[in-house]
Design a protein around this ligand. Structure first.
Ligand code: FAD
Ligand code: DHB
Length: 385
């Protein structure tokens, strides 16, 4: 088999890249280990930045998002006895949208770029030559070879692309946090108009949502927590306490929990994001803890840079954008890495009383100073597009 761009991974990064390349007349082939049903139903991120929404509009993928997503002006930040609303639109003129990654993934699949699902044994070869190729076994058990001009690793944190860069040519930075998130989806109308990020001595809690009838919640739990230790009543009791049920008459309404999982938290960056004819995009090259809602947005921002760079490289034989890709992408990656770490550190509890007092001082500053609030808003809503 022969293609111009071999894309490994059909998550949001791989699918959007395939779509943008096809629109520019570049041939791309996407391979994926999981099944289409699995990929389309993974429950993950929920917030799209202003520039992500623009990007999806420009790619012709914004229709359902505009009709079914919810535009939010900002977020609520709270700690015991206090809740403050930060209005990003007033502060910086940009909003964010609530639209589940599951829905975006369905839109990307519906856009129609073909994917070879359920492959095994993906391996990358000859990446520093002009003729790289990928080998894998297809769902029917047949060994395949895919020759390409360029290979793009969009295979997330567990795929082979990251490690296809030789050890001597790559550098990694990482940080593991001593807590995880317990995430649940519940069939109940949100008890809030916009997301609530809550600092509480028992740990962080987040009230998010997916629609007018479905709510999404997260609780800080110790790393290594087992789901079996969290029966539904314990989850609701803890959410009510940390989110301030009863505070100023606010009520958390509970409902049937339909999905639950524990997510470890880490920061990770691998550089460079290019090695010869291999380009890395999305979670393959960087992971952020989810507190700032950046992971999905960052993955799509990489693709927004990479797609025109590959079109220029393959159609016009102009390597300028491709040569600048890694550096341009990494500027935003490090900004989001810092913001995600900052939000995470400010909102999660630890066991040092001095640090805890500093977090409250930080929250008080962010919610009482226009400069502090604007900094958070600029990072959360993302750069102007
Ligand atoms: P992925 O979505 O991981 O896609 C990579 C794809 O590559 C997958 O489909 C995978 O099956 C495929 N693949 C892997 N190995 C191979 C192989 N060998 N061959 C072919 N294909 C392969 N972000 C937030 O902002 N908020 C959240 O609440 C949030 N929750 C998350 C929960 C979980 C459990 C996870 C894992 C991530 C979460 N994220 C969240 C992060 C966000 O979902 C990711 O940043 C986003 O999915 C990145 O997209 P991607 O396309 O780069 O990678
Ligand atoms: C969601 C996830 C996040 O990490 C976040 O910061 C906000 C919302 C969500 O899944 O809805």
């Amino acid at each position: 088999m022969r293609t111009e761009v071999a894309i490994i991974g059909a998550g949001p990064a791989g699918m959007l890249l395939g779509h943008l390349l096809a629109r520019a007349g570049v041939d791309a082939t996407i391979i994926e280990t999981r099944s289409e049903e699995y990929v389309a139903s993974r429950i993950r991120a929920g917030i799209l930045e202003h520039s992500t929404v623009r990007l999806l509009d420009e790619a012709g993928l914004g229709k359902r998002l505009r009709a079914e997503g919810q535009e939010h002006r900002g977020i609520h930040l709270q700690w015991p006895e206090e809740r403050h609303h930060l209005d990003f639109v007033d502060l910086i003129g940009r909003s964010v949208w609530v639209y589940g990654q599951t829905e975006l993934q369905k839109d990307l699949i519906a856009a129609g770029h073909p994917v070879t699902y359920e492959v095994t044994g993906t391996a990358l070869h000859d990446l520093t030559t002009g003729r790289p190729y990928v080998t894998f076994t297809d769902a029917g058990g047949t060994a395949r070879r895919l020759d390409a001009d360029v290979v793009v690793g969009c295979d997330g944190s567990f795929g082979p692309s990251r490690e296809a860069v030789p050890v001597a040519a790559r550098r990694t930075w990482q940080k593991t946090y001593p807590y995880s998130w317990l995430g649940v989806l519940a069939d109940v109308a949100p008890s809030t108009d916009e997301l609530i990020y809550a600092y509480h001595p028992h740990g962080f809690a987040l009230h998010s949502m997916r629609s007018a009838r479905v709510s999404r919640f997260y609780l800080q739990v110790p790393a290594g927590t087992e789901l079996a230790d969290w029966p539904d009543q314990r989850i609701w009791d803890e959410l009510a306490l940390r989110l301030g049920h009863g505070q100023d008459g606010w009520k958390l309404i509970s409902g049937p929990i339909t999905s639950r999982s524990v997510l470890p938290m880490r920061s990770f960056v691998q550089t460079p994001m290019r090695h010869g004819r291999l380009f890395l995009a999305g979670d393959t090259a960087h992971i952020v803890p989810p507190t700032g809602a950046k992971g999905l947005n960052l993955a799509l921002a990489d693709v927004a840079l990479l797609a025109p760079a590959l079109v220029a490289l393959l159609r016009e034989h102009n390597p300028t954008l491709a040569d600048g890709y890694a550096e341009a992408a990494l500027r935003r990656v490090w900004r989001s890495t810092h913001f995600s770490w900052w939000m995470t550190t400010m909102l999660h509890t630890g066991d040092d009383p001095f640090d805890e007092r500093l977090k409250l001082a930080q929250l008080q500053w962010v919610t009482s100073s226009t400069a502090g609030a604007t900094g958070l808003a600029e990072n959360y809503a993302g750069p102007p597009s």
